[in-house]
Design a protein around this ligand. Structure first.
Ligand code: C2E
Ligand code: MG
Ligand code: MG
Length: 403
């Protein structure tokens, strides 16, 4: 049996198993020990678990959902109030949908939920969950850094600490490069490269989103123009915070930008998140209609995650539909995600929209999406977002790989 934690054998790795069925708890604890966990303790109720967690350090807690008295949801709620860093794996022998909901709930409460596993748990799932804990890669939503203030972000804009990275978008039919999505990063002097989820909401809340958008769009259009000048007619996508779209002159400004870079507007796609497509609908209709009149492409980003996707699709003149990475990631393994992807593709076809999938992490996912007729894909399987100077070296590696 492989010991996933063997490389770090000298380091302690402590697990707590919370399950009201003693046999289940014991066998899971034994399995964990066989996988290299240094100590595996057991608690049979939620309150016993909370007491143990308050007094001892655990690297990971496996928590069953169905327990008499304090169930798993309540245990996790209480835990969110005290220890938030311990990795949590939620277990259930019953409804998988409930399991997923509880995973999402835990993450929203700031808990480090690394996996939700339906019983009986396979060795592979357990191994995967443990290595996730080890590498620290989890689905936890990032917490805002406390010193990322409006003032600091304003300064970052003033002192050019913001960077635009690019993630390649490829044609799934032949693997050719179609374009690049511009994704903003903050090169923070203390925190290193900070991802947008940590500061775009702050920018949206303070109005700094306007200079941020100007910066990203300006840079993206300039860089795309340079590729064209070198004989590479690729496209570029820029994210727009639709809920802050109030400036009616945005289409005119973008038109000036593309003219300056000698780029046709068809090569620029503006991606709008549907959850953001809410406030100030009049401005939004005005801006999106004029963007299209000027020839820019318009994409509905993160499709499937908002509450009113259909309304937005009917209301705004989108040309592209971008399926959210949450569905893409699980499309090969989860029948519901598969169904959501399939029906999004069908919908896009009916509405004559180009279909883009983000978050392709495996060759299997690529193959599935290609067979469904998805036009474009991006994801870590092909390339993560990278600085502009890394794009051409990546492209030659990519081409030699697919050749
Ligand atoms: P998005 O527009 O949906 O961008 C795709 C996100 O998915 C990017 O995260 C990208 O790095 C990530 N991604 C792509 N492929 C994979 C994959 O295979 N696996 C995983 N796990 N992730 C993948 P990033 O760069 O952190 O951006 C997050 C969000 O921040 C973006 O989501 C977008 O909504 C927002 N954002 C980024 N740049 C800007 C900007 O300039 N302006 C505005 N308003 N929002 C931006
Ligand atoms: Mg996007
Ligand atoms: Mg997206």
């Amino acid at each position: 049996m492989s010991r996933v934690l063997e490389d770090n054998a000298a380091e302690e790795f402590r697990a707590l198993v919370v399950d009201d069925e003693p046999l289940v708890a014991k066998s899971l604890a034994e399995l964990l020990l066989s996988l290299g966990v240094t100590s595996a303790r057991v608690a049979s109720t939620g309150s016993e678990a909370l007491e143990k967690i308050a007094n001892e350090d655990f690297d990971v807690v496996f928590c069953d959902l169905h327990m008499p008295g304090m169930d798993g949801v309540e245990t996790m709620r209480q835990l969110a109030g005290q220890r938030r860093d311990t990795a949590i794996v939620v277990l259930s022998g019953r409804d998988e949908k409930v399991l997923r909901t509880v995973g999402e709930l835990g993450r929203r409460r700031g808990l480090n939920v690394v996996a939700t596993l339906a019983k009986p748990i396979t060795l592979k799932q357990l191994t995967q969950a443990l290595s996730t804990v080890r590498t620290g890669i989890s689905e936890r939503p990032p917490r805002p850094l406390s010193d990322l203030s409006e003032q600091a972000l304003w300064l970052a804009l003033e002192t050019s600490e913001l960077r635009v990275h690019y993630q390649p978008q490829l044609r799934l039919a032949d693997g050719e490069l179609h374009g690049l999505e511009a994704l903003v990063r903050w090169e923070h002097p203390d925190h290193g490269l900070v991802l947008p989820d940590r500061f775009v909401p702050l920018a949206e809340a303070t109005g700094l989103i306007e200079p941020l958008t100007d910066f990203v769009a300006g840079q993206a259009v300039t860089d795309c123009g340079k590729f064209h000048a070198q004989g590479m007619p690729i496209s570029v996508s820029v994210n727009l915070s639709a809920k802050t779209l109030r400036r009616l002159d945005l289409p005119d400004r973008l038109e000036q930008e593309v003219a300056r870079a000698q780029l046709a507007p068809e090569h620029v796609t503006l991606e709008m998140t549907e959850s953001g497509v809410t406030a100030d609908i009049e401005s939004l209709l005005d801006i999106s209609a004029r963007l299209r009149l000027k020839g820019f492409r318009l994409s509905i980003d993160d499709f499937g995650t908002g509450s009113s996707s259909m309304t937005q699709l009917q209301r705004l003149p989108f040309t592209d539909l971008k399926i959210d990475r949450a569905f893409v990631r699980d499309a090969c393994t989860d029948s519901e995600s598969h169904a959501l992807v399939t029906s999004s593709v069908e919908l896009a076809r009916t509405l004559q929209l180009k279909v883009v999938a983000e978050g392709i992490e495996t060759a299997d996912t690529w193959n599935l999406l290609a067979s469904l007729g998805v036009d474009l894909g991006q994801g870590n399987h092909m390339a993560p977002a990278m600085p502009i100077e890394a794009v051409l070296p990546w492209l030659s590696r990519w081409r030699s790989r697919v050749a």
